[in-house]
Design a protein. Structure first.
Length: 407
């Protein structure tokens, strides 16, 4: 009799995780066969996302929130955007997951198992804002290629893990370390195992901040598969592309990391402002570091109606990369005059801040827009309609606006 070959235990485990149930006769699943429930997957069920989320792309998965879905102070999984550059890893075996720290600038490479990481180092929890560098891309003109994110590629969840700096110290660094780059288990769209979908990083100073974590929990539970289970680098306040999911390696570099999507024009903007549509040479593009100041009105939903004479309570979040938001304002007259909102302090550095206001200045029945504008601790405010154009459509931090009808 011809021997049948079966899918590996690791792949089975991943299937079960995605399905949320044990595949009882899993050991009988033939090699290369995908269970029916996963063949034409419903992304909302698959990733446990709210059905109001917007799917921008299925291969790879890219899913965003709408402003009113982001009303929670701590973003739950169901409202968290997904940005994948490749395919979700298929062979996750948590029991054999390891993280290797290597690169020119380690004294000696070292490998840790997941349980070693969890037991050897102190654990910390921070609420960290992760925004895709391309959030808001859809509004640029001339348009930029890539996912046409509107406003929903941002989240602020609680991440629990160990400090990358503690792990790096345990490994031992050479004095010429300037950058780190992550390596991960996701699969390149071409399925070429030699190619990484993405391998980005941050300067060593950012890697050594207290809040830069190797995280294994999100909101008090195992990280959901789509968000990097079982181990993720989290580097809040910077383009979320620096927060590697499914991380199994960190290279400590003696030069700027040159992994996939670090070079060329990826995650870079012109070092000096350019005119819309202008061609920019690669060497005139600079790597995006701290994200710019931004805010989102999460309540009410755009299109809300109130009765004449009533006041309107608005609320939302504001964030400013490495900085704090020091002022939050709203306008009901298309940015002609501004009034202050109340803005809370962040729960920790790099967490978004909550704002609210009671608006009683609608003079009569009619159509209004509420615009919100945050200003960071260095006095940088959000542009009202659009920031400077850039070829790849990054960093659109324009004021968020909602429509209101007074009836
Ligand atoms: N391994 C890996 N890490 C990754 C990515 C990826 O495709 N593969 N995408 C990056 C990008 S571009 C973003 S915006 C964030 C998205 O994180 P989320 O899907 O958990 O919201 O993950 C980053 N980390
Ligand atoms: Mo991103």
């Amino acid at each position: 009799m011809k021997r049948r070959s079966f899918i590996s235990k690791g792949a089975l485990g991943t299937f079960s995780t995605i399905l949320g149930a044990e595949i009882v006769f899993g050991h009988e699943v033939p090699l290369g066969y995908t269970p029916l429930a996963l063949q034409d997957p419903d992304p909302f069920k698959l990733f446990k996302k709210d059905s109001d989320m917007t799917v921008l792309n299925t291969k790879p998965w890219n899913i965003e929130a709408k402003a009113h879905l982001l009303d929670d102070k701590i973003t739950p999984n169901k409202f968290m955007f997904i940005r994948n550059n490749g395919l979700i890893p298929e062979n996750i075996d948590v029991n054999n997951w390891s993280l290797t720290i290597d690169g020119e600038s380690v004294k000696k490479p070292k490998t840790y198992s997941l349980s070693e990481l969890k037991t050897k180092f102190q654990q910390y929890t921070y609420q960290l804002t992760l925004e895709c560098g391309g959030n808001g891309r859809s509004e640029f003109n001339p348009p930029a290629k890539g996912n046409q994110w509107t406003i929903g590629a941002v989240s602020c969840a609680n991440w629990t893990g160990v400090r990358l700096k503690d792990v790096l110290e345990d490994v031992g660094l050479k004095s010429d370390a300037v950058y780190i780059g992550y390596h991960a288990a996701d699969i390149h769209l071409s399925r070429n195992p030699e190619k990484e979908p993405i391998s980005r990083g941050v300067p060593i100073a950012k890697a050594q901040q207290d809040e830069t974590l190797l995280a294994f929990q999100m909101n008090g539970e195992d990280i959901p598969l789509a968000h990097g289970y079982p181990l993720r680098l989290v580097s809040g306040g910077w383009p979320a592309s620096t927060s590697g999911k499914w991380v199994n390696g960190i290279s400590v570099r003696n030069k700027e990391h040159d992994g996939a999507k670090m070079t060329g024009t990826s995650y870079r903007v012109p070092c000096e402002p350019v005119a819309p549509g202008e061609k920019v040479a690669d060497e005139d593009m600079c790597i995006i570091e701290s994200m710019p100041v931004k805010s989102l009105i999460t309540y009410p939903k755009s299109g809300a109606m109130i009765k004449e004479g009533q006041s309107l309570n608005i609320r939302g979040h504001a964030w400013a990369g490495e900085l704090e938001v020091s002022k939050m304002e709203y306008s009901v007259d298309f940015g002609s005059t501004w009034n202050n909102c109340t803005i809370e302090k962040p729960v920790n550095r790099l967490a978004w801040q909550h704002f609210s206001a009671k608006i009683s200045d609608f003079p009569k029945k009619g159509y209004y827009e509420v615009w919100a504008r945050a200003t960071d601790s260095q006095g940088n405010g959000q542009p009202m309609l659009l920031p400077g154009w850039n070829p790849k459509g990054y960093l659109n931090n324009a004021c968020h606006r909602i429509a209101i009808k007074v009836i």
